[in-house]
Ligand binder design. Structure first.
Ligand code: IMP
Length: 429
């Protein structure tokens, strides 16, 4: 059994958590390969809501080992808080059930301070980050001065490394941003404490995953964020600082591409984005509000991590085809089909128009979307409540037609479509 990769095909928040949860049944391990606690994944089981930011969503399935891969940036304090919350709900988060790569990077309070200071300096040109220190942590990683999880194997080493790191970061905070220094001693003491708790979790996760795959076990590579937020392939500079695309799974876990089985692209039945940056199919006014929801439900379109209202619009097949191409998607999983119920018409963006020309492919990638106008195909909506549907035949013809159009235009099969937040609210094709 192989490595199945679960990819956000849009700008994140596609509902990857619940798809991972389903696919994790019977898997040996679920491994996060990129990002940090900028992610927010929700899994709903029997009315109980699990919110995960750093731990893999696959952990909610009994028997699945959760791996935090080397491609991640981990805030140890947040990780411990999340582990405690899950443990309180009866999830086993003991060493052995959760494994952290020794080569994952750590987020410190200075990374968070630098993230916020940088956004403030950019003003109206800001990226709209989650403020979790993600960019500065990856900056330190590529500048070869980062803090790696391996320092947490020993409290004294952790404190010493944190002290040196804070001294350097304080200089940047003062010289570049005119910000006050952070208390190096307090942070070093915090790191010594994290080491005491996290040391037994630190291991060679690449070797662990390799041995599982070689023994024929199933491993899920769990993407965070989305392809259009990829540092190379996204809407640069309005992106995150990691590689949420398929390639990132191999470098972010240290496993070989030969093991790959399915590459599942998760996409909403519509489209959302948080933060700044281009969004050609963005809807405004009543239409956007209808897609967003009021915020009364946990699944309404407000950020799991920051609570920000998400920008909402129509599914964009130009971008979805792009995602399918760069990720090598083998199938699509559609989420939130139920949200479209009751709309008089549903829209699909087939192409873009600019300067009298029509484009079915992006001429220069998604970073240059300004001035492109979406060309829509409008289809009749369906008044029916689809939340009880479990098989394609349970869906109204108009909804089935909508899904078939997406399949035809992406040349990908849809393997499942969710019709509600509960684990079982899924139509399987
Ligand atoms: P950062 O990852 O906090 O640096 O934020 C960079 C951009 O990625 C911002 O536009 C964020 O809103 C966006 N972003 C980061 N993580 C997520 C996510 O999990 N879902 C959706 N957007 C995200």
């Amino acid at each position: 059994m192989p490595l199945h990769i679960i990819i956000g095909a849009q700008w994140g928040d596609e509902g990857k958590g619940r798809i991972t949860d389903l696919l994790a049944e019977g898997a040996a391990a679920a491994a996060r390969y990129s990002g940090g606690d900028n992610a927010g994944h929700t899994v709903t089981v029997g009315g109980e809501i699990f919110k995960l930011h750093l731990l893999p969503s696959g952990l909610i399935q009994p028997g699945v080992v959760g791996v935090l891969g080397n491609g991640m940036v981990i805030n140890p304090q947040r990780l411990l808080e999340e582990m405690d919350k899950l443990a309180a709900k009866g999830v086993d988060v003991s060493p052995g059930r959760v494994k952290i790569s020794y080569a994952a990077h750590l987020i410190s309070p200075t990374h968070i301070a630098l993230d916020k200071a940088n956004e403030a300096r950019l003003g109206t040109g800001k990226i709209g980050t989650t403020g979790r220190g993600i960019g500065p942590a990856y900056t330190d990683k590529t500048a070869r001065r980062g803090l790696r999880a391996e320092i947490l194997r020993d409290p004294a080493t952790a404190a010493e490394a944190a002290r040196a790191h804070i001294a350097q970061a304080n200089a940047t905070l003062a010289q570049v941003y005119g910000e006050p220094p952070l208390d190096a001693e307090a942070i070093a003491a915090g790191y010594a404490g994290y080491a005491k708790r996290l040391a037994p979790y630190i291991t060679d996760t690449a070797l662990y995953l390799h041995l599982l795959l070689k023994a024929g076990k199933t491993v899920l590579a769990e993407g965070a964020q989305g392809s259009l937020l990829d540092i190379d392939h996204g809407t640069y500079p309005y992106v995150t600082s990691s590689s949420p695309t398929t390639g990132g799974a191999f470098t972010g876990l240290g496993v070989a591409p030969q093991f790959t089985g399915r590459v599942v692209g998760v996409t909403k039945a519509f489209q959302t984005r948080v933060g700044e940056g281009p969004f050609p199919t963005e809807a405004f006014g009543a239409e956007a509000e209808r897609l967003r929801g009021t915020g009364a439900n946990p699944w309404d379109e407000f950020g799991t991590t920051t609570g920000r209202p998400r920008r909402c619009g129509w599914i964009d097949l130009v971008l979805l085809r792009y995602s399918a191409r760069i990720n090598g998607l083998t199938e699509l999983a559609i989420t939130k089909l139920d949200v479209l119920s009751g709309l008089e018409r549903v829209r699909l963006c087939m192409a873009y128009r600019k300067g009298g020309q029509t484009f079915e492919e992006l001429p220069l990638g998604p970073a240059h979307l300004e001035g492109f106008e979406a060309v829509y195909e409008d289809m009749p909506g369906w008044p029916d409540d689809v939340r009880a549907a479990r098989r394609p035949a349970h869906l109204p013809e108009a909804a089935r037609h909508y899904l078939r159009r997406i399949e035809a235009l992406t040349v990908l099969p849809i393997s499942m479509a969710s019709v509600g937040p509960e684990r079982g609210q899924m139509v399987r094709f």
